[in-house]
Ligand binder design. Structure first.
Ligand code: NAD
Length: 495
């Protein structure tokens, strides 16, 4: 009998009238049942989060006390690390090595960071506008925040948003993807066990098409922090427009890795493999375009394809597995269509491009690591987000063409530069329209510094002081200490 997970509202398990199955993408089998939120559940979560914000005590407890509780959440995650990693792998299919060494410890670190820094980040600023006029700039929580997260890093992205929102004093309604709701529910339980008061953290699992508008358009929600696709992002902007809510939008990407002729070839090949095949390529920052300087193009492409063929596909729970399945059959169908189209458009298939022909993987949603070369900017595979293990390689000559090609995208999330020449790399980094550039590394997110995209990749920042401050509003208290000599207010009407 698969385990059953209720919703989490008002500091307790919350039942709903319907349930949904949760699948293990490695086997295609149901491994859990979860409550599916309906209108009544969303209403309850909205009421609880609103009351918990308006009536307290969360926003009014001292920063030191809030810090203590958030450190307990971090510890709670570490105490349950093995269980959480297993849950994440069973639900997403990602290799257990990734959930054990990346997702779970990073989630705990984010709570730790914002707990330890919230007092410094919330410091008020005093500006002496005139000798007798002072302005106090103080940071207040936004209020009730809807946190809407995707299925590719369910625990980690939920933890980023939850840690920042709570550290700033908000109450939240967290809506995970209905494909991967389990770790968000486990996180809510950890927060509750740590002593976060009732109603501060609520989790509603449900289909975006059924409960998304109810949640996002409601007056009780002050801010929406969304990570997901551009299509849904646009819908949420529409729902929020009536009340001009505060929004943070972390959307899609079509990121480019630039491999310069002076790069350490082995590092660039290994880095490029990680940057497109980690998490089965289901990363918003996946370097799905690899742009290589003419002089080293052939050697690079040969090395990349040879190593991609060695990546071991398998059940994520097996410690030897290097690549798991895609999240769903629907996602795999989408990727197969992109690959077929790339072939039609004339891209050259170097490896992969198929569902693996291995009986032990037969029931899972697997797809081989795939590389296309000779890709040109007019091809759809160069322009559109695939969100799977498909890389396309193109060549360039000189830095100007490199920047021009990298910037030929509607997105602007991130890019990589592989080069041993720090001057060339620095020059190039400044020319590329992305929110993050990694030089000689990939995928490192640090709690200390902000992350977020340009152009169609969204707006607002996540992490760092700037990301944290998104969850606050800035209030300006102007105090004028002059006596009787204020021309505007004292003499304007001459009374
Ligand atoms: P998605 O947009 O389909 O879903 C994201 C979340 O929105 C889910 O919780 C979903 O249930 C919810 N949702 C769906 N319809 C909704 C609606 N009408 N109203 C409110 N909520 C709704 O995205 P996905 O398929 O889960 O994730 C993949 C996408 O996420 C990719 O485009 C990827 O690039 C993007 N992503 C971006 C970042 C980033 O930091 N920029 C990180 C991870 C993923």
């Amino acid at each position: 009998m698969p385990a059953y997970y209720p919703l989490f509202i008002d500091g307790r398990s919350w039942e709903s009238k319907s349930r949904q199955a949760v699948y293990n993408p490695c086997t295609g089998e149901v491994f859990a049942q979860v409550a599916l939120a309906d209108k009544a559940c969303v209403e309850a979560a909205l009421d609880c989060a609103r009351n918990a914000f308006d009536k307290g005590p969360w926003k009014d407890i001292s920063p030191a006390e809030r810090k203590g509780l958030l450190l307990k959440v971090a510890q709670g995650i570490l105490d349950k690390a093995g269980e959480l990693a297993e849950l994440e792998t069973l639900n997403t299919g990602k290799p257990i090595k990734e959930s054990t060494f990346m997702d779970v410890p990073s989630a705990a670190k984010t709570f730790e960071h914002f707990a330890n820094n919230l007092e410094a980040y919330l410091q008020e600023e005093v500006v002496s506008v005139l000798p007798e006029v002072q302005s106090r700039l103080i940071r207040q929580p936004q209020g009730v925040v809807a946190l809407i997260v995707p299925w590719n890093y369910p625990l980690l992205i939920a933890s980023w948003k939850l840690a920042q929102a709570l550290a700033a004093g908000n109450t939240v309604i967290l809506k995970p993807s209905s494909l991967t709701p389990l770790s968000a529910l486990a996180l809510a339980d950890i927060a509750h066990q740590a002593g976060i008061p009732r109603g501060v953290v609520n989790v509603v699992n449900g289909l975006g098409s059924q409960i998304g508008e109810l949640l996002c358009a409601d007056k009780r929600v002050d801010m929406i922090s969304f990570t997901g696709s551009n299509e849904v992002g646009r819908q949420i902007i529409g729902y929020s427009a009536k009340q001009a809510k505060k929004l943070v939008m972390e959307l899609g990407g079509k990121s480019a890795a630039l491999v310069l002729k002076d790069a350490d070839l082995e590092l660039a090949v290994n880095g490029s493999l990680c940057s497109i095949f980690l998490n089965q390529g289901q990363m918003c920052t996946a370097m799905s375009r690899i742009l290589v300087e003419d002089e080293i193009y052939d050697d690079f492409v040969r090395g990349l394809a040879a190593k991609a063929k060695l990546i071991k596909l398998g059940n994520g729970m097996d410690r030897e597995t290097q690549m798991g399945p895609l999240i769903s059959d629907a996602q795999r169908k989408k990727i197969i269509a992109c690959v077929e189209n790339a072939l039609k458009e004339g891209a050259k298939l170097l490896c992969g491009g198929r569902v693996p022909d291995l009986p032990e993987l037969g029931k899972g949603f697997f797809f081989e690591p795939t590389i296309f070369s000779d890709v040109t900017p007019d091809m759809a595979i160069f322009k559109e987000e695939v969100f799977g293990p498909v890389a396309c390689v193109s060549r360039f000559s000189g830095l100007n063409e490199a920047a021009e090609l990298a910037n030929k995208s509607d997105f602007g999330l991130a890019n990589c530069i592989w080069s041993n020449d720090s001057v060339r790399a620095g020059e190039l980094a400044a020319k590329i329209n992305t929110g993050t550039t990694w030089v000689n590394t990939y995928g490192m997110f640090y709690n200390e510094v902000p992350y977020g995209g340009f152009k169609q990749s969204g707006f607002g920042k996540e992490l760092g002081k700037e990301g944290f401050l998104e969850y606050t509003r800035l209030k300006n208290i102007i105090v004028d200490r002059t006596q009787g000599t204020k021309p505007l207010v004292n003499y304007w009407y001459g009374f």
